[in-house]
Design a protein around this ligand. Structure first.
Ligand SMILES: CC(C)(COP(=O)(O)OP(=O)(O)OC[C@H]1O[C@@H](n2cnc3c(N)ncnc32)[C@H](O)[C@@H]1OP(=O)(O)O)[C@@H](O)C(=O)NCCC(=O)NCCS
Length: 177
């Protein structure tokens, strides 16, 4: 895998994290215990920081980046992802904040300043515009994005289960190494 420092700051990788050989990570990134980063993922913590929580998985081809500070936005937009989040294949997460137990469907785009509360399902291909707040317990889909419906109890349970499935999968990959 390619892990590079930027301005003297290197990614910090937690215990039992799996990072595929083809992933690239630069700069101020912290990845917590049992997370997994799958093939061809690019994470760039250069002009702001990136945080990835415990048991969170970032699937193949996803791109994670941030926005620098400016006069208008003195903190810029870091990227903060909580625990037990599933980021599906080929997602774009840019300068946003994701809580815990979220599924970001394949090909979704989440833009600067968006805040996704805990227990949210973002459908495949959804575009989350800048600064939107996605309310806990709902399914969001589409472009333009809409709050489609409340999640059922079993769908909420699946959000956590999806993350646990990926913990098991990454443990199998780690055992092969
Ligand atoms: C959201 C999802 C779970 C569908 O759930 P579902 O139970 O079939 O959805 P519903 O039947 O309740 O659909 C609700 C509405 O949203 C629409 N819809 C569902 N998924 C949609 C999507 N991704 N984009 C746009 N509209 C979508 C449905 O067509 C339906 O529209 P209608 O009310 O006009 O008929 C599924 O489409 C999805 O996006 N899954 C993501 C899977 C994924 O990416 N996993 C990560 C990789 S491992």
């Amino acid at each position: 895998m390619t892990i590079k420092s930027y301005k003297g700051i290197s990614p910090t990788i937690g215990e039992d994290v799996y990072i595929d050989d083809s992933a690239v990570m630069y700069g101020d990134i912290v990845i917590k215990k049992d997370a997994s980063i799958w093939p061809l993922v690019a994470v760039r913590g250069d002009v702001n920081h990136v945080r990835i929580g415990e048991r969170t998985n970032v699937q193949d081809g996803s791109v994670l980046h941030v926005t620098r500070t400016s006069e208008k936005f003195p903190k810029g937009f870091p990227l903060i992802i909580g625990d037990d989040v599933t980021v599906g294949h080929k997602c774009m997460l840019h300068g946003c904040i994701l809580g815990n137990r979220i599924l970001v469907g394949m090909g979704a785009i989440v833009m600067d300043g968006a805040v996704v509360q805990d227990d949210v399902f973002i459908g495949a291909g959804t575009v989350v515009p800048p600064n939107k707040v996605l309310e806990s317990g709902y399914l969001y889909v589409g472009n333009p994005m809409v709050q489609k419906r409340k999640l059922s109890d079993s769908e909420v349970a699946f959000l956590k289960q999806s993350a646990l499935n990926y913990v098991k999968l990454k443990d199998e990959y780690l055992a092969e190494a």
